[in-house]
Structure formats: C-alpha cells, structure tokens
Ligand binder design. Structure first.
Ligand SMILES: NC(=O)c1ccc[n+]([C@@H]2O[C@H](COP(=O)([O-])OP(=O)(O)OC[C@H]3O[C@@H](n4cnc5c(N)ncnc54)[C@H](OP(=O)(O)O)[C@@H]3O)[C@@H](O)[C@H]2O)c1
Length: 249
C-alpha cells in the first residue's frame, strides 16, 4: 500500500539534528504538516524558510522544568487534529552512577521520558488526535540491555518501553498505535559526539559489535515511515529493534 502523508499533521521532537531532522525533511517533502520541537532555531533555517506553510517550530529545552502542557497547547492551537507523534529528542550521557544527583537524573529523564510522556498524554486526547494516529518513541537497544556508565540513559529508555505497552492497550479502542524504535549505534551527531570522547580502539570495538556495521540515518527512516503509515495498522505496543545484529549476540 502506498504511504500517504500529504496534509497530515505530525508532531516531531528533536527536529534540529540527526534522525528527527531527516524524518522532518522526508515528511515535509511528502506534503505533511510538521510541528517541530527543538532547542535551537538557528540550526534549521533551511526548514523555516523552505517550508513556510508546512513547518512550524517551537523552541524549547525539554530538560528544563518547563510547563510542557502550556507550551504544547499554545503551539498546537488551531492546528487541527494530529495523525502522528515521533519523539526523537534524546540525551545520551556516560557518567558513573556515583556521579549522579537528583538534578542530573531529572535533566536526563525530563528529555528522554517525562516530556514524551507529557506529549503523548496531551495529544492522545480526542480533540487533538485522529483515530488511527500513530505515536512513535525513539528508545534504544540500551533500554533492554545494560552498559557501565549508562545507568540513567538505560533506565530512561527502558521506562519508554513500559509507557509504549500500557499506552498501546489504553489507546487501542481509538485504533491509536503506540510503538518504540530501538536502534543500535547509528551515525548521527549524537554518535559523533560520543566517538570524539573515546579512543580510536574503543570506537573500533563499538563498530565491531554491530555484525552489519553501525547504522546510517537512512536505515532508520523507512521503519519510522512504516510505523507512521497505514501499512502498520495492526502493529502496536512493540519495541522494534533495529541494530545491525548488535543485540542478538
Ligand atoms: N544515534 C544513535 O546511535 C542512537 C542509538 C539509539 C537511540 N538513539 C535515539 O535516537 C534519538 C535521536 O538521536 P540522534 O542520534 O538523531 O541524535 P542527535 O543528532 O543528537 O539528535 C538529538 C535531538 O534531540 C534534541 N535534544 C537533546 N536534548 C534536548 C533538550 N534538552 N531539549 C530539546 N531537545 C533536545 C537535540 O537538539 P539539539 O540539536 O539542540 O542538540 C537533537 O535535535 C534519541 O532519542 C536517541 O537517544 C540514537
């Protein structure tokens, strides 16, 4: 079945970089209306000037204690109902558990879990979403696995998987589907940032742990588009692992 995104409304977080940015461009080129959230408008001049009738932007730092409900309600005022949400914003952090304090934990959970929870909570209301809408949360293979130094990241991504399963059951009566995508290492600015902080040897180890090599952004986008589209109308509550074989070893 052909995928049709034309004139449909999508809310996407993390539109300023990596997977969220590529997804936004793809949807805009398919004629969709995108309500994008990010921290830095300067990074997406091309979208703001290139798609004045299809792209609206809310600048917000999702790690802060902001009133997400008020921000979102002001942002989507008069938008019409949504057909999908894709939460791409995420904070990756490597820190020994002994270095955490409540504030550091809140910062990462606010971005990775609390804000997507709020966005799903608000947009799942009948007045804001169409029946059959698709909600997608970018989790990580780390949500199902552990790694030293990644306690808060792993825990926040794992929490998303619980949200996905429970929300999928709760929203099934309106045929709204809720799914997670859990990538292995994908070559994005987030990964480049990590690679810049570690030795060449460690970087080679990470790459070698992916039997098919590390992923590219274009390996992830088709799965997101499938989950947004009608083609996946019988798929809900799932954690779609896409990791080049990383987690089967
Ligand atoms: N790349 C990987 O290897 C990998 C693997 C597994 C899962 N994931 C997940 O995939 C998603 C997309 O990651 P990516 O690789 O595309 O990373 P990316 O290029 O670093 O993009 C992350 C996005 O999140 C936004 N963001 C971060 N902190 C924010 C905050 N406090 N408030 C608002 N926005 C914030 C960033 O905004 P700025 O542009 O302002 O920084 C950026 O738009 C993330 O949830 C990530 O955890 C990635």
């Amino acid at each position: 079945m052909e995928m049709d995104f034309k004139n449909k409304n999508y809310l996407i977080t993390g539109v300023t970089s990596g997977i969220g940015n590529a997804l936004t461009k793809n949807l805009l080129n398919s004629g969709a209306i995108v309500f994008g959230i990010g921290r830095d408008a300067a990074k997406i001049d091309d979208l703001l000037t290139g798609y004045p009738r299809q792209f609206v932007f809310l600048e917000a730092d999702l790690s802060k204690e902001i009133d997400i409900e008020k921000n979102i309600l002001d942002f989507i005022d008069n938008s019409g109902k949504f057909d999908g949400v894709v939460n791409c914003a995420g904070k990756e952090e490597t820190l020994p558990i002994t270095m955490y304090n409540q504030q550091k934990l809140k910062d990462i959970f606010n971005v990775n879990f609390n804000s997507p929870f709020e966005i799903i909570r608000i947009l799942s209301k009948k007045k804001f979403s169409n029946n059959g809408a698709s909600f997608i949360l970018l989790a990580s293979v780390m949500g199902g696995l552990g790694q030293p130094g990644k306690t808060a990241y792993c825990a926040s991504k794992s929490a998303l998987l619980g949200l996905v399963r429970a929300a999928a059951l709760e929203l099934a009566s309106r045929s709204i589907r809720v799914n997670a995508i859990s990538p292995g290492v994908v070559d994005t600015p987030m990964t480049q940032n990590l690679f810049n902080q570690i030795s060449e040897g460690k970087k080679e180890n990470i790459i070698a742990m992916h039997p098919l090599g590390i992923g590219k952004i274009e390996d992830i986008i088709p799965l997101i588009l499938f989950l947004l589209s009608e083609n996946s109308r019988w798929v809900t509550g799932q954690d779609m692992v896409i990791d080049g074989g990383y987690s089967i070893q």
